[in-house]
Design a protein around this ligand. Structure first.
Ligand SMILES: [Zn+2]
Length: 482
């Protein structure tokens, strides 16, 4: 039995959201993950919470007021009235307006803020939100399927109680939104391992190290196609060990984007579940309060496999390779196994290349000011504490909408300063977050490498999706009969 207390945030509404036909981001993957977690019985070893939805005011702890207001107002029906804002905030193409978009943001961000609250209060040692990890969202801009940056919001909450927070990103894409938010502070160290070179979002060069007080507190490990488990761990472990030794964070946030797995619809790495999860296992061993978040992942059966397996590691459970019966069993055929095998793609990351970059980054860490401390001025009040009424012992029993409405806002949410940037810096205790882009980004759309390029018209795609769903249901019925 695990001695660590693990909090797990899940809202069963999340899987109903739909970015659009043929869009690779499918919130349904969170429902598949949750269902697998239930059917493996791992949920018994965690405290399960339904996240309180993040309020507008909570979201503006990082995002600009006008951006949040826009996200709340715009719908597929009225979007023609918002052409100017749609362009300004980049809510188009990769980041389309869809039904319930704002609700989706509130659930995703609410879950991650909830994780931070649980960690801050000491009620949990580990907190998980697979609906979070949306690392590309900027202060006033949607990017790479991300609208609100739950990670930045969670880290801001952690900074109320912790001098230093470490952020690690193992998504195949660079964690640009989080890096940018904390680029000029030494209170947050960001470390991202990602594919670099003609790839979304275009940032994350090894030379990008932070600025001002934050110089050397942003680390980037640019990678090439085809990295396998062994090569990945040959850099991840020594670098993270050194970061933990030199930086000594009070809390760690680990973004577990599953698009770095082999066979991902958008990715080009060759990691198996075991290789990916070794990062989780390694960070867990430090016994530092840990938040584990989702992120990318576009071959959804593998995303569910990966996050289920990683949840089991956090609660020290062993899973059988044979998948248990679950609502989405058909997705996992023909093997119906948990683990996946790497493919025979070439690993373009030579030993030499990895070794050189590793030494370069370790050198930077060696010269760091050991565990820097910042004078903490006034600490803003905590966000809502879930333990008052949110714990669901039975994951199927949910708090009713009416009950939820009864909840009163935290007094801190009622402050109404008009000075947006000033307020932010005061409440974060951080220097100004750079609002403009640091570098001229050579941005490639995230879908540029989608092997399943949309070639049909929307109506046809919708029908196709419908047909697939029907087919899946029929298969399921057949299976049940047999
Ligand atoms: Zn990604």
């Amino acid at each position: 039995m695990s001695r660590r207390k693990v909090a797990y945030f899940y809202d069963n509404e999340v899987g109903n959201h739909f970015y659009g036909a043929n869009h690779p981001m499918k919130p349904h993957r969170m429902r598949m993950t949750h269902n697998l977690i239930l059917n493996y019985g791992i949920y018994k070893k965690m405290q399960i919470f339904r996240p309180r939805k993040a309020t507008d005011l909570e979201l503006t702890n990082f995002h600009s007021d006008d951006y949040i207001k826009f996200l709340k107002l715009v719908t597929p029906d009225n979007m023609n009235d918002y052409a100017k804002e749609i362009a300004k905030f980049n809510v188009r193409e990769d980041c389309p307006v869809f039904d319930g978009m704002y609700n989706f943001c509130q659930i995703s961000s609410g879950g991650s803020i909830g994780c931070a609250v649980k960690i801050n209060s000491g009620e949990s040692d580990v907190a998980v939100n697979w609906a979070g990890g949306l690392h590309h969202a900027k202060k006033s801009e949607a990017s790479g399927f991300c609208y609100t940056n739950d990670i930045v919001l969670a880290i801001l909450e952690l900074l109320k109680h912790h001098q230093r927070v470490l952020y690690i990103d193992i998504d195949i894409h660079h964690g640009d939104g989080v890096e940018e938010a904390f680029y000029t502070t030494d209170r947050v160290m960001t470390v991202s391992f990602h594919k670099f070179g003609d790839y979304f979002p275009g940032t994350g060069d090894v030379k990008d190290l932070g600025a001002g007080k934050g110089k050397n507190y942003s680390l980037n490990f640019p990678l090439k196609d085809g990295i396998d488990d062994e090569s990945y761990q040959s850099i991840f472990k020594p670098i993270m060990q050194a970061v933990m030794d030199f930086y000594r964070p009070g809390a760690v946030v680990l973004q577990c984007g599953a698009d770095s797995l082999t066979g991902d619809r958008l990715g080009c790495f060759n990691l198996t579940l075991r290789g990916h999860a070794q990062c989780v296992e390694f960070m867990k061993k430090f016994n530092v309060p840990l938040i584990v978040l989702g992120g990318g992942g576009y071959t959804i059966k593998n995303v569910a496999r990966c996050w289920t397996y990683e949840t089991s590691i956090l609660v020290d459970s062993e899973l059988t390779d044979e998948l248990p019966y679950n609502d989405y069993l058909e997705y996992y055929g023909p093997e119906y196994r948990l683990h996946i095998t790497p493919n025979n793609m070439e690993n373009q990351n030579s030993k030499d290349y990895l070794e050189k970059l590793k030494i370069n980054l370790l050198e930077i860490l060696r010269n760091l000011n050991h565990a820097p401390s910042a004078p903490q001025t006034e600490i803003p009040p905590d966000a809502f504490n879930y333990s008052d009424d949110e714990e669901d012992e039975d994951p199927d029993i949910r708090v009713s909408e009416a009950e939820r409405d009864k909840r009163i806002s935290h007094p801190a949410e009622l402050s109404d300063s008009e000075d947006e940037d000033g307020r932010k810096n005061e409440s974060n205790g951080l220097e100004a977050t750079p609002t403009q882009r640091r570098t001229s980004r050579n941005q490639v759309p995230i879908t540029a490498y989608d092997k399943e390029k949309p070639i049909y018209d929307i109506k046809f795609q919708r029908r196709q999706q419908f047909d697939e769903d029907v087919e899946m249901k029929l298969k399921k019925k057949k299976k049940k009969k047999n």
